[in-house]
Design a protein around this ligand. Structure first.
Ligand code: COA
Ligand code: AMP
Length: 632
């Protein structure tokens, strides 16, 4: 069967400038581009070179000008606080313009960075759009990170201003943000001039005189600010993501290419139309939140839901169905782990029957491997298509998907289907040669990446080359390993580096090892991601202690668990560690982390030919059993 997909895919690779140039007509530009693609300086490609525009205008004002001002734009649904509030496009425009006025009055100009450390509250979405309105570059930091992670971002992005709230709300606990932020200021070299603080009723805070300003007071006196024209190639935001060390990478997103890809993806990938209600159940601190809570749905003229809650426990495993039914959601996008949590609490899906899901058409999953069990369970209880798709912070949108707006392909469980138009994907072996059909290798994308792909890392052009382009010249290395089958379906099998996915959150085990090795008693350590029924993976630490240490192991384990929580944050879910006499290594001294992971997962582990002493495998097995890992 011929699908629109085939033609779109072919043209996107054979004539990328024609393909993306045509799609760019869906965006308002104040000045058209000189060239669709500037490819003068590979691997630094620029889309829509010479064009001028404004992302906030296209996401908000444009719909008001087109007569859609009364349509719902933003729906805040917070089961954790019991609040539901809706903004039309006209109301959103007023709120964003006023917030932009606050930023402007506090000295924020085009190109300045603004760090946003906030929970899933509507003011955070409004603040992101307000930055875009002024051409300021936002950098949102996820609330589950600790002070030192915030400090790293302060020092790298050097923001002029910080926007925060007094607290986030997790089930059973209030997460006070100000102590974390204050500690981050102490740790950071760069000191932003001001902090604008949203006082939430759940947690009042004393403001620091001379530094902190009250959000509502500032809003009350602000004049609305207009959109500032920016270049298509100017940065819209920086989003830090885990790399292989403790130093996060500042992924830069531009304005023009990003908008073109976001807008098109809403129809091509998700099959949504303007006016539809869309819900990405993620957090604004992650790329899914940036792309699919904020920018893409608004650019497409959809209503977007901002959900402050959890898939279970707020108040129960029926909350997703309640939200879908109450707001008339057509498509939901979340991480498989959310569905594993719902399945755990409501295995028969009994809550589904209590709600009217007649408007609900499709469930999309991404962020981590979607295990066939979870997909099939979701299909069964929902009786609707469940679409797995694969993407990364670096791309900002899907690299592989069953593009519903371009003609659906049959689902193959375990595969996110085919490359999205714009992505020329090859599987490469260690020597950089194309792997045969069905052979596993490094998943790479031929350069240039399509629009929205990262143009660079913040202040670190060389970092872009080193991290992504150096190993396979002419390609972007995704860091994932996988294969392509005889029908062109892609399978994502594992990472080729030490990143792990914990409850859909991307984390660096290398970063955790850096924390463990700071403990006074630890001589050597390794952290590996082991399989977890709920979260996909969780980190487990192995420590060899310094000679002469004779404190109880349990005490040291407790301390390192606390250190990871304090230095990286609760989101790391680092709860298990064990003390061993030695780590398995190759004869040349490389730690065999993959072997440790396989033992923990209860796999039959072949003795690696390069191992220095095979007896160590038994020792690791025994150390893992008390933690509930490894086979008997
Ligand atoms: N601010 C502060 N702390 C946070 C946080 C935030 N925004 N988000 C999570 N945390 C904390 C949690 O409270 C938890 O702390 P604890 O160790 O004190 O219990 C810790 O970080 C780990 O959180 P999480 O991994 O989310 O586990 P959980 O057991 O609290 O919840 C799920 C499990 C499956 C319900 C939850 O992970 C979830 O809703 N996942 C949806 C997937 C998702 O949104 N992915 C984003 C990418 S698409
Ligand atoms: P992040 O940058 O946080 O979005 O994480 C990106 C990583 O998550 C990818 O490189 C993959 O390792 C993993 N990932 C995302 N989506 C999928 C998917 N559908 N299937 C398998 N892995 C995925």
């Amino acid at each position: 069967m011929t699908r629109a997909y085939d033609e779109a895919y072919r043209r996107s690779l054979e004539d990328p400038e024609g393909f993306w140039g045509d799609l760019a007509a869906d965006i308002d530009w104040s000045k058209p581009w000189d060239r669709v693609l500037d490819d003068d300086n590979p691997p630094f490609y620029r889309w829509f070179d010479g064009a001028e525009t404004n992302t906030c205008f296209n996401a908000v004002d444009r719909h008001v000008d087109a007569g859609r001002g009364d349509q719902r734009a933003l729906i805040y649904d917070s089961p954790i606080t019991g609040v539901i509030k809706t903004w039309t496009f006209a109301e959103l425009k007023d709120a964003v313009a006023r917030m932009a006025g606050v930023l402007k009055a506090n000295g924020v100009e085009k190109g300045d960075r603004v760090l946003i450390y906030m929970p899933a509250v509507p003011q955070a979405v409004i603040a992101m759009l307000a930055c875009a309105r002024l051409g300021a570059i936002h950098s949102v930091v996820f609330g589950g990170f600790a002070a030192s992670e915030v400090a790293k971002r302060l020092d790298d992005a050097t923001p002029k201003l910080v926007l925060t709230a007094t607290c986030g709300i997790e089930p059973g606990r209030i997460v006070a943000y100000m102590p974390i932020l204050n500690e981050a200021f102490e740790l950071a070299t760069h000191q932003p001039e001001k902090v604008i603080v949203l006082q939430r009723e759940q947690q009042a805070e004393e403001l620091k005189a001379g530094r902190d300003l009250d959000w509502d007071d500032e809003l009350a006196k602000a004049e609305p600010a207009d959109c500032v024209t920016v270049k298509a190639t100017d940065p819209l935001y920086i989003l830090y993501t885990s790399g292989t060390t403790g130093k996060p990478k500042g992924v830069v997103r531009d304005n023009g290419g990003h908008m073109v890809a976001m807008k098109w993806s809403m129809k091509a990938v998700y099959d949504l139309d303007p006016g539809d209600v869309w819900w990405a159940a993620s957090d604004i601190g992650w790329v899914v939140g940036h792309s699919y809570i904020v920018y893409a749905p608004l650019l497409h003229g959809c209503a977007t839901i901002l959900f402050e809650g959890k898939p279970v426990g707020t108040p129960d495993a029926g909350v997703f169905w309640r939200v879908i039914s109450q707001h008339g959601v057509k498509a939901l996008f979340t991480a498989p782990t959310a569905f594993r949590a719902i399945k755990r609490d409501d295995p028969d899906g009994t809550f589904v029957g209590q709600y009217d899901l007649s408007k609900f058409v499709t469930l999309f999953l991404a962020g981590e491997r979607a295990d066939p069990d979870t997909i099939q369970w979701a299909e069964r209880i929902l009786d609707r298509p469940v679409i797995d798709h694969w993407w990364q912070t670096e791309t900002g949108w899907a690299m592989a998907a069953n593009c519903l707006g371009l003609g659906r392909f049959p689902v193959k469980y375990g595969s996110p289907t085919k490359p999205v138009p714009g992505y020329a994907i090859d599987i490469l072996d260690d020597g950089g040669h194309k792997a045969k059909t069905g052979e596993i290798g490094a998943i790479c994308v031929k350069l240039p990446l399509p629009p929205s792909g990262l143009p660079t890392l913040w202040n670190n052009d060389q970092g872009l080359i080193d991290a992504y382009m150096a190993d396979f010249p002419g390609y972007y290395k995704t860091g994932d390993a996988g294969m392509i089958d005889e029908d062109g379906y892609i399978y994502i099998m594992s990472r080729t580096d030490d990143l792990i996915n914990v409850a859909g959150h991307r984390l660096s085990t290398g970063g955790m090892e850096e924390v463990l090795s700071k403990h006074q008693d630890v001589a050597e350590c390794a952290v590996v991601g082991v399989a977890d029924k709920l979260k996909g993976h969780v980190p487990v630490g192995f420590m060899v202690l310094k000679a002469g240490v004779n404190r109880p192991d349990a005490e040291i384990v407790k301390e390192v668990v606390q250190m990871v929580r304090d230095e990286i944050g609760p989101v790391a879910s680092f709860k298990s560690a064990t003390v061993v006499d030695r780590l398995p290594k190759t004869r040349s001294g490389k730690i065999l982390r993959k072997t440790m992971r396989q033992i923990a997962d209860g796999e039959d582990v072949p003795v690696p030919p390069t191992i220095d002493d095979p007896a160590i495998l038994g020792e690791i097995t025994e150390a893992l059993k008390p933690l509930g890992y490894a086979k008997d």
